[in-house]
Design a protein around this ligand. Structure first.
Ligand code: SF4
Ligand code: SF4
Length: 252
């Protein structure tokens, strides 16, 4: 069984946010509450200031702190594929997981809208979901946190479980350039114009993601937490630096 992982090359990422937009469309996100986001920040002191950006999905950690704190076991690690998912039928909205995640990638959306006008008033839901978007995705699986978010639950990126889990058994990489695998590629990876994102099986030595991690010194965010993200960053050029134990060791 695959252990899916992602590699994001910070030297190639242009911060265009196509990944964020594709994810929002694919997963019916409320405006401003993005499962996949690009965080912008500045570095340096005026007048020597530069703008940096940092793309950030859920990292589907190997040892996820969000899972261990969940009192209802709504948040769980799927042994098939290594996805970290949320069962919306079990979630009681206590937000323990939001506090426990060191990366801030979870969303409780029953609060004041981040972006005005409140899209929930513009497209009101007819059931207990938050809204009724005009571009609804066909996928709906509340036991895996897929579909339109109901009230009172937490959500986050699913690694596009509804696509990836249907991929043929044994494939090493899900790549937009392999025509027969296109449909299984996560939305954010599929639309990335400079090809800064790669998605493959971390347990398969033949996968391109493993080669990139080895060749370009892939690092994981906040390794000191022990969460062991399944998303690796490549940097080393002029792009954003990724704090991580491996990168620190390399410099010493
Ligand atoms: S990034 Fe956060 S929400 Fe995602 S698996 Fe890791 S701890 Fe859980
Ligand atoms: S908010 Fe839901 S998923 Fe998170 S810890 Fe509470 S019950 Fe579990």
């Amino acid at each position: 069984m695959a252990k899916w992982g992602m590699v994001i090359d910070l030297d190639k990422c242009t911060g265009c946010q196509a990944c964020t937009t594709a994810c929002a469309m694919e997963n019916n996100r409320l405006p401003g509450e993005n499962w996949q986001d690009v965080l912008f920040y500045t570095e340096g002191t005026y007048p020597n200031v530069s703008m940096k950006w940092f793309p950030r999905p859920c990292f589907h950690c190997e040892n996820p702190s969000c899972v261990s704190v969940c009192p209802t076991r709504a948040t769980y690690k799927d042994p098939e594929g290594g996805f970290v998912l949320i069962d919306w039928n079990k979630c009681i909205g206590c937000k323990y997981c939001q506090v426990a995640c060191p990366y801030g990638v979870r969303f409780f959306t029953d609060e004041k809208a981040v972006v005005q006008p409140d899209i929930r008033d513009v497209f009101p839901a007819k059931d207990d979901r938050q809204w009724d978007p005009p571009y609804k995705g066909p996928q709906d699986d509340p036991s895996r946190g897929i579909g339109i978010q109901p009230h009172g639950v937490v959500s986050k990126c699913t690694f596009c479980y509804h696509k990836v889990s249907k991929a043929p058994e044994g494939v090493a990489d899900l790549d937009e350039d392999i025509p027969e695998l296109k449909e299984y590629v996560p939305g954010c990876v599929r639309v990335c114009a400079p090809k800064a994102r790669f998605f493959g099986d971390l347990d398969n030595p033949e996968s391109y993601v493993n080669k990139l991690i080895a060749d370009k010194r892939g690092v994981r965010l906040k390794e000191e937490t022990g969460n062991k993200p399944q998303v690796y960053y490549l940097s080393g050029g002029a792009a954003a630096a990724v704090p991580g134990l491996r990168s620190m060791k390399d410099k010493s």
